[in-house]
Write a protein that binds this ligand. Structure first.
Ligand code: ADP
Ligand code: GLC
Length: 479
């Protein structure tokens, strides 16, 4: 089975968030099932620099205004087809934003062309590659399902990693999309008078999925569907929720060069050396008390404004915090101010730092994810694997992957973390107190860490679920 996976970012070539981790891990996870997954990626500089033995699949004399080349290659262990279109993708840094921190003004064109060439690649238009199925991810790839719907070709699956990002543009762009005029309609890309790439994909793909069962239910409701709940309710029969796994070659505390000390569930005491290193790196006063870790985009979605508002109380009660993240200026500023007020207690690194994120997982006591909504979430999964106890809001994938340390779960020795709901300052504060209380009972805390480290957060089950879905789709039964 040949599957073309279409994503705008992929680890280890280019990453801004969890989508890259998932797109990067799926090929190996599905290979176990005999799926040959090729990843279709934009030719950003970081991607082009990583190509090994590229072969030209097609040369475009004029692809939306300039020449371009479609290349197939290996890159850091991945089998990739890259759209090398310098006028669209030869821009350093973040794949979506210019140096001013705003979306590139031509993002509609960039990702429409990307999706169109992906669809044509899957249909076998170029060279000797042809796919049995196209698996697109998020709005940047969503239009590929529209092109396949109107032009024919393999079936397509569209996975929603975050419904908050929809790729909505002014209607004037429609004529540039090379879609038939009937696509500008209620069951196509038209969305309240605009063009929505995600909506077009959701209406057109053979099947839909999202990254956890709970989020699959949530997005069919007005509270979480962000305007697309009606369409999703209609397509409910072909929508599934498959929780993400983690790449345990990249995330393994027994072999992680970003840690000063490796360890396993049988030698959790050794984490102490990483905690000491964490204290140094975040300029925290040394001590035995709890350290809460955050590795995140600092955004409203992640609920970190709520956490920032609790920092004075947290410090007063003896807590320490290590935050690595970047994001909305207001939230960054709130953390910066708290770090200045509470030197040695609130440590902040406002950067994107992959290595440091591993050290936080390997050294902090909790991994804090107080999200208002969370399609799946990966940092709590890394936390489980690293004995960094997840303290999470009970929403989306966080609800599906963490078992709250309530009395029943502790009694049965199945607890793996701490959950709270609804997502507000009061409940988060309650959860922080509960964490501190459990932390002060070393045997109980150890039990929670061990259970978490032993939980199966690998791709094993989810890869099997995707494989099953692919097979059913190809056989004609979309679900
Ligand atoms: P999302 O994709 O919504 O941001 P996820 O939890 O699915 O959330 O994935 C986030 C990914 O990005 C994880 O791999 C996490 O470790 C990483 N990450 C987020 N912020 C940073 C940062 N400042 N430095 C390093 N890695 C980060
Ligand atoms: C999105 C979501 C996150 C999810 C990731 C990978 O970025 O916000 O919850 O884990 O995609 O699926």
């Amino acid at each position: 089975m040949k599957v073309l996976s279409v994503a705008s970012e992929i680890f280890p070539l280019i990453k801004t968030g969890g989508l890259a981790d998932v797109a990067g891990a799926l090929p190996a996870a599905l290979n176990v099932h005999g799926v040959e997954m090729t990843s279709f990626v934009p030719g950003y500089p970081a991607v082009l620099n990583a190509l090994e033995k590229p072969q030209e699949l097609h040369h475009f004399e004029n692809l939306s205004g300039a020449p371009a080349v479609l290349r197939r290659a290996k890159a850091k262990g991945l089998d990739v087809i890259v759209l090398d279109a310098p006028h669209l993708f030869n821009r350093p840094g973040n794949p979506y934003l210019g140096p001013d921190g705003r979306d590139w003004p031509d993002n509609a064109r960039r990702f429409a062309v990307f999706a169109e060439v992906a669809a044509e690649t899957a249909r076998g238009t170029y060279g000797n590659y042809k796919a049995d199925l196209l698996h697109g991810h998020d709005w940047q790839a969503a239009l590929a399902s529209c092109y396949l719907r109107y032009r024919g070709g393999p079936k397509s699956l569209l996975t929603i990693h975050n419904i908050a990002f929809q790729g909505v543009f002014a209607p004037e762009i429609f004529p540039t999309l090379n879609l038939p005029h009937q696509a500008y309609a209620l069951d196509g890309v038209e969305y309240y008078g605009n063009v929505s790439f995600l909506k077009g994909g959701l209406a057109s793909a053979t099947a839909l999925s999202t990254v956890s069962p709970t989020y699959a239910q949530e997005i069919c409701t007005a509270n979480y569907g962000m305007g697309l709940e009606g369409l999703l309710q209609q397509r409910r029969g072909v929508l599934s929720g498959i929780v993400n796994g983690i790449d345990d070659a990249v995330w393994n505390p027994e072999k992680d060069s970003a840690l000063v000390q490796s360890y396993s569930s049988k030698s959790i005491d050794k984490r102490r050396a990483n905690k000491t290193e964490l204290e140094k790196r975040f300029a925290l006063h040394p001590g035995d008390g709890i350290i809460h870790g955050v590795v995140s985009r600092l955004t409203w979605q992640k609920g970190l404004d709520i956490f920032a508002s609790l920092l004075d109380s947290l410090v007063e009660s003896g807590g320490r915090v290590a935050v690595v993240g970047t994001g909305e200026p207001g939230i960054e500023q709130a953390f910066r101010a708290a770090a200045t007020r509470h030197k040695g207690r609130v440590g902040l690194v406002t950067a994107y730092d992959e290595q440091l994120s591993h050290l936080v997982q390997g050294g902090a006591d909790t991994m804090l994810v107080p999200s208002r909504f969370e399609p799946c979430g990966l940092t709590q999964l890394y936390g489980l694997r690293y004995g960094c106890v997840p303290l999470v809001a009970r929403v989306g994938g966080l609800a599906d992957t963490v078992i709250d340390a309530n009395d029943a779960a502790l009694g049965a020795n199945v607890a793996t973390g701490i959950q709270f709901v609804p997502v507000d300052g009061l409940t988060l504060w309650g959860a922080l107190l509960r964490a501190d209380n459990l932390y002060k009972q070393p045997k109980v805390w150890r039990m929670i860490q061990e259970r978490g480290m032993q939980a199966d957060v690998s791709w094993r089950r989810s890869a099997a679920a995707y494989h099953e879905l692919y097979k059913n789709m190809i056989a004609g039964d979309a679900k």
